[in-house]
Design a protein around this ligand. Structure first.
Ligand code: PEP
Ligand code: MG
Length: 599
């Protein structure tokens, strides 16, 4: 969307604001640097005579080999520079040789007698749409990685030099359709001020990397590469998801001031984030981090996280389009546990839809995956995959405090069955003489309304509950969390959601088990007074959100928050609850969040 802003200083070129997705917070001002796909974006189809088919397949194999070699050298340099990012490149390398990518392209050249470029395009388009159809927004974004990898191979096929981002020699803001893992891993932090992309969202690879590297990013802008020219002066507002092209002097001054205040504020809260989040009446609320990739533990520690409240483990299953081995999983989990020790690490077992888990199997497409063979349902149907993961987790548990978290639980039977898998896994490890720890806490995600209603029965079987508001809101309000059309109805402060939270926390307290929250709701300042009043034991969030939440908690009082809840629960709409919170806590919230609107 494009909005014209008033010209405060009558600039010669009109100032333009373009909105996108706020993927990484922060502000930067600088010159645009376009990363183009010229030379590989238009692909021609032509036939290959039978006698030249071997030459054509060899041409493709050579391009794959060249890409593999380039990847290998990037992996080496990334290991020194960004550590964990190398694992994403390793995933790319696996994909390069995958049957679905490599094998099918060769088959297509041979069977259809067409040129390698066209065969590659055809196979890639199929793979991309397969990923895009996946329900989980995180996995959906992986289609971008397939595109980028294919583009890389295409460059090597057609002999177009790729832009080496690592060689950019001035401070710039990168503009691209989408940045590939290879491109992002070449980034020199001293040169790249910010990212803007046409595609991708908060959970895209670029989004994750931008947040990890703390570079402001606005993604999913649609047409940024067409609207912004090389060397245009632009402002990236990663808080509001805004890009301002040709900013007026006044706009630049305003943003520079905002940047200065943000830097000061961040320095203050990050310094304090190493201390406990203790309320003014002495309650110590644990503030944890959510991670998807092992390397994100660094961000949790740097931002003062009290542990990992949610380690999403889907990435490793999807990224290589195959199932990881027990040892591969163990290595990743052990790394995280060792880095965090003695702080706890909550590993959530595979939460995947039927169609996602069997990415290569087109026969298994569900019409409604959010209500399908997802999470624990899938795992219990695939004991081979499930026990592999469970054994890896039990082994990692001997290196620090590990908690096991089960997604999508809606019945006691699912917990009982999982415990049998755990016992079985432990006895196998025992027989194999491997080091493990069976004595770990077991908890469940509360993200299906049935789990709230059945909470008393479920509580008897587990050590903790962790409320997954992302799904709980989706299922309670019947709002598809990934559907833009109904996004305006998706509201954590909806009275129905608040009633759910009240019920489940009350049951946890009565039953004497711990109650946590790891959905996005836990990291948004506006919700904190309510979560404090409900007396949750832990909140887990995006690592970047930890310092501000800790700071806010320190200014609050649980006694007052509990009284405040009486008023909250009288409200009949999300809007009314929102207003009430701002009347009572608005000043404090705006101090914590320099760009948040006060009403
Ligand atoms: C949730 O549903 O709130 C949650 C944390 O899990 P995910 O976002 O991975 O579904
Ligand atoms: Mg969920």
């Amino acid at each position: 969307m494009m909005v014209n802003k008033s010209n405060k200083q009558e600039p010669t070129i009109e100032e333009i604001s373009i909105t996108g997705i706020a993927a990484s917070p922060g502000i930067c001002i600088g010159k645009a640097y376009l990363v183009t796909t010229e030379g590989v974006d238009v692909v021609k189809r032509y036939s290959i005579e039978k006698k030249h088919l071997v030459e054509e397949t060899n041409r493709f194999k050579t391009a794959i080999k060249k890409t593999g070699d380039e990847l290998q050298s990037l992996i080496k340099s990334s290991k020194n520079k960004f550590n964990g990012h190398a694992s994403i490149l390793e995933t790319n390398q696996a994909l390069l040789k995958d049957k679905l990518f490599y094998g099918r392209t060769l088959e297509t050249i041979e069977n259809e007698r067409i040129n390698a470029e066209w065969a590659l395009k055809k196979v890639t388009d199929k793979l991309k749409s397969m990923f895009r159809e996946m329900e989980d927004p995180y996995l959906k974004e992986r289609s971008g990685e397939v595109t980028q990898l294919a583009m890389w191979v295409m460059r090597n096929l057609v002999g177009v030099e790729s832009i080496n981002i690592g060689k950019i020699d001035k401070r710039v803001i990168l503009i691209a359709s989408e940045l590939s893992p290879a491109e992002t891993s070449q980034i020199n932090l001293e040169k790249i001020k910010g990212f803007i992309t046409d595609r991708g969202g908060v959970v895209s690879h670029t989004g994750i990397i931008a947040r990890t590297l703390e570079i402001p990013a606005v993604l999913g802008m649609g047409n940024a590469t067409k609207m912004i020219q090389n060397d245009d002066v632009i402002v990236v507002d990663g808080f509001q998801g805004l890009v301002i092209v040709h900013p007026s002097e006044q706009t630049i001054i305003e943003y520079e001031e905002m940047n200065y205040r943000y830097a000061q504020f961040k320095a203050d809260i990050v310094r304090d984030s190493m201390c406990d989040a203790q309320t003014t009446d002495g309650v110590n609320l644990k503030i944890m981090g959510n991670i998807e990739l092992p390397e994100e533990v660094v961000a949790v520690n740097d931002n003062g996280g009290d542990g990992i409240g949610l380690y999403r483990t889907e990435f490793q299953y999807m990224s290589s389009l195959g199932y990881p081995t027990e040892d591969e999983l163990f290595d990743k989990y052990k790394d995280v546990v060792e880095v965090m020790a003695p702080k706890p690490v909550t590993i959530r077992t595979l939460d995947i839809n039927g169609d996602k888990a069997v990415a290569g199997n087109q026969d298994n497409i569900e019409t409604n995956p959010a209500l399908g063979l997802r999470g624990i349902r899938y795992c219990l149907q695939r004991p081979d995959i499930f026990s592999n993961q469970i054994r890896a987790i039990l082994r990692a548990a001997s290196f620090g405090e590990v908690r096991l978290l089960l997604p999508m639980i809606s019945s006691c039977a699912e917990i009982e069955e999982t415990k049998r898998v755990l016992d079985q896994a432990a006895s196998e490890l025992e027989k194999q003489g491997k080091q493990y720890n069976r004595d770990i806490k077991i908890g469940i995600m509360i993200e299906v309304p049935a789990a709230v209603i059945m909470a008393d029965a479920l509580a008897d079987k587990v050590d903790f509950f962790s409320i997954g508001t992302n799904d709980l809101i989706q299922y309670t309000l019947a709002i598809d969390r990934g559907n833009r059309e109904v996004a305006h109805l998706y509201h954590p402060l909806h009275p129905a959601v608040l009633r759910m939270l009240k019920k489940v926390t009350q049951v946890a307290k009565d039953k004497g088990i711990e109650i946590y929250m790891c959905g996005e709701m836990a990291g948004e300042l506006i919700n904190i007074p309510i979560l404090l009043g409900l007396e949750l034991d832990e909140l887990s969030m995006n690592p970047q959100a930890i310092p501000a939440v800790k700071c806010f908690v320190r200014s609050l009082n649980v006694g007052e928050a509990k009284t405040f809840l009486d008023e909250v629960y009288k409200q009949r709409s999300a809007k009314a609850v929102h207003r009430l919170i701002y009347e009572r806590y608005g000043d404090l919230i705006s101090q914590m969040n320099i760009t948040a609107p006060v009403s």
